[in-house]
Design a protein around this ligand. Structure first.
Ligand SMILES: C[S@@+](CC[C@H](N)C(=O)[O-])C[C@H]1O[C@@H](n2cnc3c(N)ncnc32)[C@H](O)[C@@H]1O
Length: 364
């Protein structure tokens, strides 16, 4: 079915062009922007993103940088041969594939599910209708993820790296993992694929994303995963028996009140000694990069990136019942954190805590 969607040279060429422009923006335009900033900041000491914004006001490199970021993303989804425009033509094929019979255990949907208001109020990532309102949105999102972070050749390698971090830090045997905000299942797959002995549950708001995640698991004949439609703050899963609660790129998509509730739910789900580990974006120590990050937040329709960046994560974890939190940079590809890497990158960061208790190493 999905394999019946024919290759289309114009679409492939258009998307390759957009991606190549994004790579040029990443590798060439971003270092140029930094050079411009260093020239204008030579005699002053900007301490905050607001200081940098004031200095760069009216700078044409900054304007070009922002224009490209905003409009390449718009072209990717909504342009002449954008993802939503193109796949709309194959709606019937995609719908049939997503509604095909799957093993019953794989997918738990809630027909009465009410989406949170923050979630429906914005077209996240400039994806028209967000990733939830159109039946083919999950499929489109899966395709779109191939060019979200253009320095990554394959998004899978990022997911595998994160899974390895989590499994290595879990100090006792891992039997159960919950992946919150699992999207189309990219972040969940390494757990169930590489660890058939582990019981894996993906939790997600969006039915269209969950349908793609379940279809991919069925294609792989996975026996140890299930996907559940629920809010990450209230999963409805049993408490006290999960070894790892994880998320990838979830926290920056929700307001702080929701983030705090996710930490509380993670604490409830975890067994004593269990690991809470979230991969997200934090940029706090470089005012220039904070300014760029804040700009990305508004240009990519991701308004909660800024409040996440300002949150007191230690207090939020303590309030949820954790004793401590560790904030660790995450290397999404070899050399990503090297000072020699002058390209733009997301400020990937792991937010790690451990539920106090007897079974497992109490060190972070
Ligand atoms: C940027 S995507 C990341 C998806 C996946 N973890 C990955 O790395 O590809 C964030 C996901 O979180 C989901 N999400 C947002 N708020 C949520 C919530 N309150 N509960 C569960 N999922 C949520 C969105 O629908 C979206 O699929």
């Amino acid at each position: 079915m999905l394999e019946n969607i024919p290759a289309n040279r114009e679409f492939d060429a258009y998307q390759a062009f957009v991606l190549d422009c994004k790579i040029a923006w990443t590798r060439q335009m971003f270092p140029l922007l930094r050079d411009r900033f260093e020239i204008v900041a030579k005699d002053v000491q900007p301490n905050t993103a607001a200081d940098v914004a004031a200095l760069m006001e009216g700078d044409t490199t900054a304007q070009m940088f922002g224009w490209f970021e905003r409009h390449l993303q718009r072209m990717k989804y909504s342009g002449l041969r954008g993802l939503t425009v193109h796949y709309n033509r194959y709606r019937d094929e995609i719908r049939r594939a997503l509604n095909s019979d799957l093993p019953a255990h794989l997918l738990q949907l809630d027909p009465d599910f009410q989406q949170p208001e923050y979630y429906t109020s914005i077209d996240i990532h400039q994806h028209p209708g967000g990733v939830w309102s159109d039946e083919i949105a999950g499929f489109v999102y899966e395709r779109g993820a191939q060019s979200t972070a253009p320095m990554l050749k394959k998004s899978e390698s990022l997911f595998h790296r994160m899974k390895t971090q989590a499994m290595t830090r879990a100090s006792h045997e891992v039997k159960k993992v919950v992946d919150l905000g699992c999207g189309w299942g990219g972040s969940t797959r390494p757990y169930y694929e590489d660890h058939p002995e582990v019981d894996v549950i993906g939790v997600e708001l969006s039915e269209p994303c969950l349908r793609v995640a379940a279809l991919r698991a069925a294609e792989l004949q996975a026996q140890n995963v299930r996907y559940r439609q629920a809010d990450a703050t209230e999963t409805g899963l049993n408490g006290g028996d999960t070894d790892i609660v994880t998320s990838t790129m979830l926290l920056h998509e929700m307001p702080p009140s929701h983030i705090k509730a996710v930490f509380r739910e993670a604490h409830r789900l975890l067994a004593p000694g269990g690991l809470s580990i979230h991969l997200d974006f934090l940029m706090r120590d470089d005012p220039f990069r904070v300014w760029v990050h804040n700009g990305h937040s508004s240009r990519n329709n991701e308004p909660f990136m800024v409040p996440l960046n300002g949150m007191d994560l230690l207090a939020a974890h303590k309030e949820a019942g954790f004793d401590a939190v560790e904030i660790v940079p995450f290397e999404e590809f070899d050399g990503a954190l090297s000072p020699d890497n002058t390209a733009w990158r997301f400020p990937w960061t792991m937010i790690i805590a451990r539920k106090p208790g007897s079974s497992g190493n109490q060190d972070l």
